[in-house]
Design a protein around this ligand. Structure first.
Ligand code: F6R
Length: 632
């Protein structure tokens, strides 16, 4: 963990608020839970209540898990805790799937002993005419407890704390607000589609939050990195509400490394402090300089370094030409052509959803097939949550028409009756309702058939695709269960069967409770168990590809795989086979209107262009990978 104090002038002088960076989100959660537990002990000794302000969303889940663990394993007593939640959607019934009342019950309150009458959450079910007085009462209740001791916050990509969207003022109190477009897009997956996300919410105001005695804002995942940079490094402003926290005497930002990755101290550390010029930082600085100046690495000269705060690097090396040559050669050595890739080995490709494989590593897959490797593509989850009802209807129609031809069910009437039942269910389904097991299974089959067609495009066959259907995913909702023993066992069995020399894993740095990170975690646990059970000899090389959204930074990637125009065309054709995700995906990710195939194409072409600009050959496109022996 790295700690920087508030203020100017220190090694992190761009930062206007205290920032703590944690290597592992679990470590961060433990630290926050420990702070809460110590406040509870202090409260007990002084015979008084401890008042907590609590957020919902994916970020605090780790803290809530840890608090539950402390309750269950260490008998931590919550009877002196009073809670005030930050916000609730409006309108929203407390029992709804998406309500914050339900979220808090499921993730914390049902598992700890906070007395019911000490729990407060804004009520999204009050009549419009009563909202204002409800907000006043909420404020009065907070005041009557003596104010909030510790306020936990998440941060939205709009910069909101609570639901204080851009435009909020520092004095604002609890009120009804209109949600920002980006917030509604981010919430779309919880509501199954953006159009079902409420337009308003009741939220504590910035003024209410600022009166807390202590504030911890937590953020995890690379998707938070740009807004964290703004919240930490911009002066207080009403566009990014989280910047107001800079005025608080006891506020700190707790970040994992991914959320901190855009901070100046992480991206260009030499601009804010003396750095240890090891190989990695040296390479990062030279690539940064080359890209900033749009000048190939081998064309950089000493004045370029001096003019961009890199004097120390020049002095450390003495000879700029040799420095540039070495960085360039290092990069060149990372470009691997097909004949340098594994040949005739056993490979398992883990794909979190049925499509991440071709989106992220379709080019690699094709070349590994051509090199005669024994491949198994293991789809970890069934991806059913992301299939539109309309696609189920279309496939049912196909079954109905094909049944007599294929001499399927002997009774066409019986089949039609069953199909009618499902179609009726779909017609009557409420917005954002969880599907029946039957419909979830049909949606999974749609994705399985697409995945098989996709791998066929790159030269594999049905038997090379394996559908693990891990149990943690099968909640029918976006919120998943924790990874369990059964999930790990399924992966260990596959490893034992295939004895891979290489495995490919999605190495996203996204939200730790997102499916990709959960799959990563499950593989990591499985690999450790596999090694233990088979002896230390079994150590597949792990190739990390970077999910469906982003690509590895040039200075971080170990392998660049050049793709020709024909390679990229084949890859795109394979992505096209995932028809249920084409044209309009159910969960396209916020603020990016491009389809998955367009993102994959742009990402691979961007990597090739970046290499070209650094002075490497002008490839058509390229995929990037990081290789490790131990999964970090
Ligand atoms: C929710 C809340 C919001 C969230 C923020 C981040 O109660 O107050 O400010 O903390 O939208 O949400 P996640 O953690 O889901 O990224």
């Amino acid at each position: 963990m790295i700690h920087s104090e508030n203020g100017t002038g220190g090694p992190t002088r761009m930062e206007r608020v205290a920032v703590l960076i944690f290597e592992d989100p679990a470590q961060m959660a433990q630290r926050v839970a420990a702070r809460i537990s110590s406040l509870m002990h202090e409260g007990k000794e002084a015979n008084r209540y401890v008042v907590l302000g609590l957020p919902t969303g994916s970020t605090p889940i780790g803290v809530y898990h840890e608090l539950i663990r402390l309750r269950q394993q260490e008998d931590l007593d919550f009877s002196n805790v009073v809670t005030f939640n930050l916000d609730e959607y409006y309108p929203m019934q407390p029992q709804s799937l998406q309500s914050y009342h339900r979220f808090m019950r499921e993730n914390l309150f049902d598992h700890v002993n906070i007395p019911e009458d000490q729990i407060h959450i804004p009520d999204g079910s009050v009549a419009p005419s009563e909202v204002e007085s409800h907000c006043h009462q909420y404020e009065a209740m907070i005041r009557s407890t003596g104010g909030i001791d510790l306020m936990l916050l998440g941060i939205g990509r709009s910069g909101h704390i609570g639901f204080n969207e851009p435009g909020s003022k520092m004095e604002d109190r609890t009120r009804l607000i209109v949600l920002d477009e980006i917030t509604r897009k981010d919430a779309a997956s919880d509501f199954f589609e953006e159009r079902y996300v409420p337009r308003q919410a009741i939220t504590m105001g910035v003024g209410t939050i600022m009166e807390s005695r202590e504030i911890i804002l937590m953020a995890t995942g690379e998707h938070k990195a740009p807004i964290i940079k703004r919240a930490v490094e911009e002066p207080p402003n009403e566009i990014v509400s989280a910047t107001y926290l800079q005025h608080h005497p006891n506020a700190a930002f707790y970040l994992d490394r991914a959320a901190a990755s855009d901070l100046t101290r992480e991206r260009t550390p030499w601009l804010v402090r003396a750095v240890d010029w090891d190989k990695q930082v040296t390479k990062k600085a030279v690539i940064w300089l080359s890209r900033t100046l749009k000048k190939a690495i081998q064309q950089l000269d000493a004045p370029d370094f001096h003019r961009h705060h890199l004097h120390e690097l020049v002095y450390a090396w003495g000879n700029v030409d040799e420095l540039c040559r070495q960085v360039f050669e290092d990069l060149r050595g990372r470009v691997l052509y097909k004949n340098q890739l594994p040949t005739d080995t056993s490979i398992v490709v883990f794909s979190p959803h049925p499509d991440d494989d071709v989106i992220s590593m379709g080019g690699m897959l094709k070349k590994l097939v051509e090199n005669g490797n024994r491949l198994q593509v293991a789809y970890m989850t069934n991806g059913s949550v992301a299939v539109f009802d309309q696609d189920v209807r279309r496939h049912l129609r196909f079954v109905e028409l094909a049944n007599p031809l294929l001499e399927g069910l002997r009774s066409q009437d019986l089949l039609e009756e069953r199909i009618d039942r499902i179609l009726r269910y779909l017609d009557e389904k409420e917005p954002a309702q969880v599907d029946t097991d039957e419909v979830q299974a049909l949606k999974a089959f749609i994705r399985y058939t697409e995945a098989i067609s996709a791998v066929e495009v790159i030269g594999l066959s049905e038997s090379d695709a394996r559908f693990l259907d891990l149990p943690f995913y099968k909640t029918g909702r976006v919120k998943k269960d924790p990874v369990g023993d059964e999930d790990v066992r399924i992966i260990v069995d596959l490893l034992k069967e295939r004895k891979p020399d290489h495995i490919f894993v999605a190495g996203d740095l996204s939200d730790p409770h997102g499916t990709h990170r959960m799959c990563y975690h499950a593989i990591k646990l499985a690999l450790a168990r596999y090694r233990k059970e088979t002896g230390d000899g079994e150590k597949p090389l792990v190739w990390l590809y970077r999910g469906a959204w982003q690509e590895w930074e040039i200075d971080v990637a170990d392998v660049f795989l050049p793709l020709s125009k024909a390679d990229l065309t084949t890859k795109i054709e394979a992505i096209f086979k995932h028809e249920s995700q084409k044209d309009r995906a159910l969960f396209p990710g916020a603020y990016d209107d491009r389809e998955f195939w367009q993102r994959a194409r742009d990402r691979n072409c961007d990597t090739a262009n970046a290499l070209d600009e650094l002075g490497l050959p002008e490839f058509y496109a390229a995929e990037a990978y990081v290789t490790v022996r131990e999964m970090p």
